[in-house]
Design a protein around this ligand. Structure first.
Ligand code: C5P
Length: 224
């Protein structure tokens, strides 16, 4: 069977990675969470007090970063490694969420991540979710999905997810963070979040996970 590249882009907390994981499982493809890569770079910059307004400091820091992403299909668990350390839990922290959009707007950071993402897609058979996957990373992808969902629903979903790990978090904090990231991601100069012209819009505000999966699978099967 022909292997394709499936890209899933969209605003924060639309359920992109949930759908990407389900699709990967059904098609026996590899799931890649590109946001985890930007989050790991952000963690490195914060930990090492990298002055990200200085392009030289950014390039030097990037030379010292090694990223590895693993996903276990059976447990549906992903693990992001930063220089050999499993940072999966740390990169979901609010401090990383508050800084990741500013750091991922830097052109050197994007070039660093995009080069690795393209390598991961060389053999096809991948589902990658992010913000610029269908527009910049794989503009030739066979299936591009652009996900949206009602803002209130997105905030609620994200709040539930984060509250389970940190009961001190407030819904206001979650809402502000989503709005800030969407704003920066959409307005940055390099590879802003946009729907690719040939992407299919999937608004999952009123869809069950099973319904959205069946729709996406049908689109994928038309290409395979
Ligand atoms: O997907 P996630 O919400 O974890 O992504 C975190 C942040 O990483 C996004 O808000 C965005 O700033 C950045 N990102 C990006 N390009 C991607 C994936 C994520 O700029 N392809």
């Amino acid at each position: 069977m022909k292997k394709i590249i499936i890209t899933i882009d969209g605003y924060s907390s639309c359920g992109k990675s949930t759908l990407a994981k389900q699709l990967a499982k059904e098609l026996q493809y590899t799931f890649i969470d590109s946001g985890a890569m930007y989050r790991a770079v952000t963690l490195y910059f914060l930990r090492n007090h990298v002055n990200w307004e200085n392009p030289k400091a950014v390039s030097e820091a990037l030379n010292n970063i090694n990223l590895e992403f693993f996903y276990n299909d059976a447990s549906q668990k992903s693990d992001m490694y930063l220089n050999g350390e499993n940072v999966e839990a740390l990169i979901r922290d609010m401090l990383v969420s508050e800084n990741v959009s500013n750091i991922s707007a830097i052109k050197e950071v994007r070039a660093f991540a995009v080069a690795q993402q393209r390598k991961m897609g060389e053999e096809k058979g991948i589902v990658m979710d992010g913000r610029d996957i269908g527009t910049t990373v794989f503009p030739q992808a066979e299936l591009k999905i652009f996900m949206t969902a009602d803002n209130v629903i997105r905030v609620e979903r994200r709040y539930k997810e984060l509250y389970a790990k940190n009961p001190n978090i407030t819904i206001e904090e979650v809402k502000n963070n989503l709005e800030m990231r969407d704003y920066i991601d959409t307005n940055r100069e390099v590879s802003p979040l946009r729907k690719a012209n040939d992407a299919i819009v999937l608004d999952n505000s009123n869809l069950t996970m099973q319904e959205q999966l069946q729709m996406a699978l049908a689109w994928a099967r038309q290409q395979i």
